[in-house]
Design a protein. Structure first.
Length: 213
């Protein structure tokens, strides 16, 4: 139950704040609808490629699929961390008692990013991985370009320019005709999880120690 709950929490907690069109949401949830996986097997890249798009109905091998999933979750963890300092910096740049609406919103988003880090770490533990937070590259340097999405974020005071940067990062899936958004990256993570479970069963996928979640 813990593993199932972890996956559901990841889906709702990380993707839940993104605005989806009805058709977009339906296509993303395709992999959770209990569909039949095709006999044809897809090839997982030998080296991690964040741009790789898993086919939602083709079989996937267990070991390369798990390894690729773990790298995706590690990268998602690093993205979430890189977003916290910009939100916190904008929050603390506002004068106390002023701009209350903006302050509450920035504080809330920063807290959400921290919760996302915890949830992604739980899921990474659940699939047998280990969150790597003690290596030099884990902490971002600013200005920082987000992997996969390509947006540039910096640590700066609250301003119209910074608000535009935040809106660009949190934009809906498939916004502006692009499929390179944080939401798409996380949705592909969910697709891989669903395929692995459908092909190999929960016991083979969720092999991590529940005590670490």
């Amino acid at each position: 139950m813990a593993c199932k709950f972890c996956t559901l929490t990841f889906l709702l907690g990380v993707l839940g704040h993104l605005v989806l069109a009805k058709d977009d949401a339906a296509s993303i949830m395709l992999a959770t609808s209990g569909h039949v996986v095709e006999e044809e097997e897809q090839q997982v890249p030998a080296t991690f490629d964040p741009a790789w798009e898993p086919h939602p109905t083709k079989k996937i091998k267990l070991v390369p699929g798990i390894m690729f999933l773990q790298e995706m979750l590690q990268q998602a963890l690093e993205v979430e961390l890189s977003l916290i300092p910009p939100y916190i910096s904008a929050y603390y740049s506002l004068h106390a008692g002023k701009n209350t609406n903006a302050s509450l919103l920035l504080h809330g988003i920063a807290m959400e990013e921290m919760l996302h880090m915890a949830t992604i770490s739980n899921l990474l533990n659940a699939v047998g991985g280990h969150p790597r937070i003690d290596h030099p590259s884990f902490a971002a340097t600013y200005p920082s370009q987000l992997p996969f999405e390509g947006a540039v974020i910096d640590v700066a005071p609250f301003s119209p320019k910074q608000v535009t940067a935040f809106r660009n990062i949190e934009r809906p899936m498939w916004a502006n005709g692009t499929d390179h958004t944080v939401g798409i990256f996380l949705a592909r993570t969910i697709t891989i999880i669903d395929l692995l479970v459908l092909c190999h069963g929960e016991a083979a996928v969720f092999v991590g120690d529940p005590a670490l979640q």
